[in-house]
Write a protein that binds this ligand. Structure first.
Ligand code: HEC
Length: 281
């Protein structure tokens, strides 16, 4: 059975080079994004671009109906409420996150990750939150700690609902970071020798075992997710899970490799609206 799945995935590889035409010289983040959209819309002419924010749900009306019912009264509202309290509680010096982040922390999530020229590296929203904490004399949170960073961002990101993803890649250093993330996305890994793209480009909209696979476009706009309605999962934790699925050693959340991956990955959702937090299976 597993062999069959793998064969099916490998036969889809011809498509990769089409979408990857974008990976040749002179590709820009925008031309990469357009190439992916073209690839998906030719393959699935009935799925609207704006529905890619729903991920795999966009390919399955029954799961979509279940999602909509759950989202009417999300089972994780008390977690979001805890996040709101964390957001509003001042630091020991009396300052708040709103004092420290651009625009009071509102309508900014779609600008992240961003390339910080001064630091010479990609800064994710979580890095910006931790920078804010340390600048105000507080200890940084664990990058993927669900009980602190996770809860805080589950509320904080709602302040950017409706903002369009707007990741910018400008200048040679930012471009190098973007290219590094893109390389991670398209490189084969692990004992099963899959790339992220093997599943989320060629096999988006297909089933792997019982699960429908989401397209890369739209994957970054709705984090963190509450899996099964209760397990708070951040975006880079999801990357870890996917690396493990192909029996690869995962890079550490918050590392340059992961942040560059998130940078590339997020640019592929440019123009789509943010919405935190959502239910996922
Ligand atoms: C063997 C196939 C496979 C590979 C390879 C794979 N994934 Fe996944 N991924 C899945 C499945 C299955 C799911 C759950 C269904 C879905 O939402 O796509 C998933 C879910 C996700 C999600 C959550 C989507 C959402 O809306 O909740 C993200 C983000 C993601 N993968 C990113 C990656 C990245 C980045 C890589 C490479 C490091 C990767 N995946 C590699 C199969 C794979």
């Amino acid at each position: 059975m597993k062999q069959q799945i793998i064969m099916k995935l490998l036969t889809g590889m011809a498509g990769l080079s089409i979408a990857l035409g974008a990976a040749t010289a002179h590709a820009t983040p925008e031309s990469d994004r357009q190439a992916l959209i073209k690839y998906y819309t030719q393959k699935y002419p009935n799925v609207k671009l704006e529905d890619y924010v729903y991920g795999a749900l966009a390919f399955d009306p029954d799961s979509m109906a279940q999602y909509e019912a759950i989202m009417e009264f999300p089972p994780y509202m008390s977690e979001i409420e805890q996040g709101r309290k964390m957001w509003e509680t001042p630091f020991k010096n009396g300052k708040t996150y709103a004092d420290c982040l651009p625009n009071g922390g509102k309508q900014i999530a779609g600008n992240y990750p961003m390339f910080d020229e001064a630091q010479g590296k990609v800064v994710t929203l979580k890095n910006a939150i931790n920078d804010c904490r340390t600048a105000n004399g507080e200890a940084a949170y664990g990058y993927s700690d669900a009980k602190t960073m996770g809860l805080l961002t589950s509320y904080m990101r709602t302040l950017s609902d409706g903002m369009l993803m707007n990741v910018k890649v400008e200048g040679p250093k930012a471009t190098a970071a973007y290219e590094d993330g893109k390389k991670t996305f398209f490189s084969r890994n692990g004992q099963l020798n899959f790339a992220c793209a093997s599943c989320h480009v060629q096999n988006a909209g297909s089933r792997l075992r019982s699960e429908l696979i989401s397209p890369v476009v739209g994957q970054t706009v709705h984090w963190p997710v509450f899996r099964g309605g209760e397990r708070l999962t951040t975006l880079q934790d999801r990357y870890v899970g996917c690396f493990k699925q192909v029996r690869a050693v995962s890079p550490t959340p918050g590392s340059a490799t992961m942040n560059n991956l998130e940078y590339f990955h997020s640019a592929m959702s440019n123009g789509l609206p943010m919405k935190a937090s959502v239910f996922r299976k």
